[in-house]
Design a protein around this ligand. Structure first.
Ligand code: SF4
Length: 382
């Protein structure tokens, strides 16, 4: 006989965010893996906050710790080999890291939902789309089979699947890649989560479908007011949708700020490299795309000092020996580069793109001190 599992219902979504707190607070989170080859510091000091209605873009190359950060928040990392070495994740003021597995089961899908990278392997091939869509509703909301099917049809309709009454009975292999990704979005939104974490939701799709999927997520956010964490390796994907952006490298956030700060006033050399790698139709002739040389380091053997130093064209002796601190401006824009608060360094080396040029023109027109100097003067250390 199947063992009865006692469910926990906390309804955290209904509780107010405590004063002075944010919907989600990730505070110096560290998730290490203890392997035979050594300690892999997959997530090493991730810090950000997120509120309802906001979109955070998490950007970085493969292996930079973006997905592991999301899986740690969701409580989906096996421990061991994973181990939380420090930091905290607070949702509506409550630490998720201190919750039991039963409590996390109540949160997953209900309060915080995730769209996984590959819709084909994330859907179960032997269950119908309707059954998979209704599972969360039956678990979290106590829906009957009929109620869950009716809601599954509504959800399929909402994400633009034609003839949902029939398609709800189909299996994943009967859906195209774009339709499966829509199903994943519908599944994640089924219980109106407060936070939607989308892990490269458009990577496997062609560009026209990518645009549709992003538009759909934004439309859902407008309707429901949920917060979105959009994980991507492509800074261009989050250019028009993110309110805040965190750039990750080798398990560490190297720069965090509003989308405007990251695009118009980036202060970390790795972000400069990413910005220079985005095709710029206005300045392509004079400023061809510049790749970032080299490869990301192995996380078992992260370089001493600044982890970006072997690839950084501005690296100094200090960069190879001393790990940079997190330097924070008054606006919360932070960077982990020894020199990011030095106005002359930033001014001399920041990329000249149509975006940054536009920002400089705007700043000159309004007779305000140069943005980069402003940031440097306000800078503080953490
Ligand atoms: Fe480059 Fe040095 Fe800054 Fe690292 S600390 S990003 S190596 S300049």
């Amino acid at each position: 006989m199947a063992k009865k599992i006692n469910r926990v219902q906390m309804n955290l979504k209904e509780q107010p965010v405590p004063e002075g707190s944010h919907l989600l607070e990730v505070d110096n989170l560290q998730m290490y893996f203890h392997t035979q080859d050594g300690v892999v510091k997959a997530v090493d000091g991730v810090t950000y906050t997120l509120d309802r209605g906001e979109t955070l873009g998490v950007v970085g190359e493969s292996g930079s710790g973006k997905s592991v950060t999301a899986l740690t928040i969701m409580g989906l990392i096996d421990m061991p080999p994973g181990q939380i070495e420090g930091g905290d994740v607070r949702y509506r003021g409550q630490s998720l890291l201190e919750m039991s597995e039963l409590q996390m089961q109540d949160i997953r899908g209900n309060d915080i939902a995730m769209i996984f990278q590959d819709p084909m392997t994330s859907l179960n091939p032997v269950y119908t789309i309707g059954r998979q869509l209704g599972e969360g509703l039956r678990l979290h909301r106590g829906y009957t089979k009929e109620q869950a099917t009716a809601r599954a049809i509504e959800l399929l309709d909402m994400v633009g699947i034609p003839n949902p009454e029939e398609r709800v009975k189909d299996y994943p292999h009967q859906f195209s890649g774009g339709m499966r990704q829509r199903v994943m979005i519908a599944m994640a939104l089924a219980c109106d989560p407060d936070i939607l974490i989308a892990d490269e939701p458009t990577t496997a799709l062609d560009v026209t479908i990518q645009a549709q999927i992003i538009e759909l997520m934004m439309k859902m956010q407008e309707q429901n007011g949920n917060a979105i964490v959009m994980i991507t390796h492509d800074l261009g994907v989050v250019a028009d949708i993110a309110d805040k952006i965190m750039v990750m490298y080798a398990g560490r956030p190297v720069e965090f700020g509003t989308a405007e700060e990251i695009f118009y006033n980036p202060i970390h050399p790795y972000t400069w490299g990413l910005v220079r790698s985005i095709p710029d139709p206005v300045m392509t002739e004079k400023h061809p795309l510049t790749p970032i040389n080299g490869n990301p380091p192995s996380l078992v053997n992260v370089p001493t000092g600044c982890s970006f130093s072997p690839r950084c064209p501005y690296a100094t002796e200090k960069c190879h020996t001393e790990r940079p601190k997190r330097y924070v401006t008054e606006t919360g824009h932070y960077s982990t580069c020894h020199y990011s608060m030095e106005a002359d360094f930033v001014k001399a080396n920041a990329p000249a793109t149509s975006r940054t040029r536009k920002a400089a023109q705007k700043s000159a027109a309004t007779d305000v001190a140069p943005v980069k100097a402003d940031v440097a003067e306000k800078g503080g250390e953490e």
